[in-house]
Design a protein. Structure first.
Length: 346
């Protein structure tokens, strides 16, 4: 993987974040600031690939079924986070480059995390947040490790470790966010849907033998499941998933380097056309991949119905499993929701 040189100062990087989160920029000015943001984001590619190799080896020792993936954070997500946290600077954002490990169960999650806490590294384990013991207020569960790299200038990388149930829940939030054109992931949107995701999180925690959310601790198991049923039926969750996600289709899979392992995939999800387009890049096409990413983000900058993301799973066959939300794939979720309705979940 070719090294990406940082051509802007951190001060300039921070100014790009401040400029882009404001409305009303002219197209040329926006393009100029997006190039700064893109260069900073691309600067994370090589260390991200290096971390991914280590993660892959460690996951293999813990779980034969484990899946790893990596992604560069989408510009809309970066700007939303900067707006939400007013004092945050782009140069200190901890998840511009992110890795994810999806394992069979919580026991494997903790086993993998322990390999990181025990291991010696020249990079600093900057923070470790256990959202399994203490789920986030929106219901999110998983464990996040943030590393501050021994690199000049310094950058952060985040590793998310989730069980299958935790991954299915997070996927549900993003799929419905796309369907409803709401950022449920960031805590915005219809309150009933947000409450449904919280209930579902606690149901999945019960299934795994983990901590349910604090606001549900007064409920018995039967009361919790009955509440989940009520939301599923009232919001017509299964019907909406079945109808709306079924119309999405992959319209093209373009690649000049098809089938190689280790390359990046640029996914464009257009919810107005219900289409998914994938363009694959080989391991030595970093510049082309990030340039295409930048062009598409600029093209659809003001269009919340089009999501563009650059990801790498190491194997294109695992792309949909790792990022089902970008394929509007909710088959596993439908199975579990049906089990709740039919009293077969626990």
């Amino acid at each position: 993987m070719k090294k990406v040189e940082l051509i802007y100062s951190k001060t300039k990087v921070d100014k790009s974040g401040e400029a882009l989160k404001k409305n009303g920029l002219e197209k040329e000015e926006r393009q100029s600031w997006l190039e700064v943001l893109s260069n900073w984001r691309s600067f994370h590619v090589m260390p991200l690939d290096t971390f991914a190799k280590v993660l892959k080896k460690r996951v293999k020792k813990v779980s034969p079924n484990g899946i790893i993936a990596q992604r560069l954070k989408r510009t809309p997500s970066i700007l939303l986070k900067l707006k939400k946290h007013g004092t945050m600077r782009l140069s200190t954002m901890q998840d511009v480059g992110g890795l994810r490990a999806i394992l069979d169960n919580t026991a494997e999650v903790y086993e993998l995390v322990e390999t990181y806490t025990r291991a010696k590294s020249r990079h600093e384990l900057f923070s470790l947040d256990d959202y399994i013991i203490r789920p986030k207020s929106d219901g999110y569960r998983g464990i996040h490790l943030v590393y501050k790299l021994a690199k000049d200038p310094s950058i952060f990388l985040e590793i998310q470790v989730r069980s299958n149930y935790q991954h299915i829940w997070a996927t549900a939030v993003e799929v419905f966010g796309t369907l409803k054109n709401s950022s449920f992931k960031s805590g915005f949107g219809d309150e009933e849907w947000l409450d449904f995701f919280k209930i579902l999180s606690s149901c999945f925690a019960l299934k795994e033998g983990s901590n349910i959310m604090g606001l549900h601790k007064s409920l018995s198991v039967d009361e919790l499941l009955d509440e989940a049923k009520r939301y599923i039926e009232k919001l017509k969750v299964i019907e909406q998933l079945s109808v709306y996600t079924a119309i999405y289709r992959v319209v093209s899979e373009k690649s000049s380097d098809r089938g190689r392992r280790g390359g990046y995939n640029l996914i464009t999800l257009d919810s107005t056309k219900s289409t998914i387009e994938i363009k694959s890049f080989g391991v030595n096409q970093t510049e082309a991949a990030t340039a295409s990413y930048l062009n598409l983000e600029n093209e659809f900058f003001n269009n919340s119905n089009v999501n563009v993301v650059l990801v790498n799973t190491g194997d294109i066959k695992k792309l949909e499993v790792s990022f089902p939300n970008y394929f509007m794939d909710a088959k596993k979720l439908v199975i579990h929701l049906s089990e709740i309705i039919m009293d077969r979940f626990l």
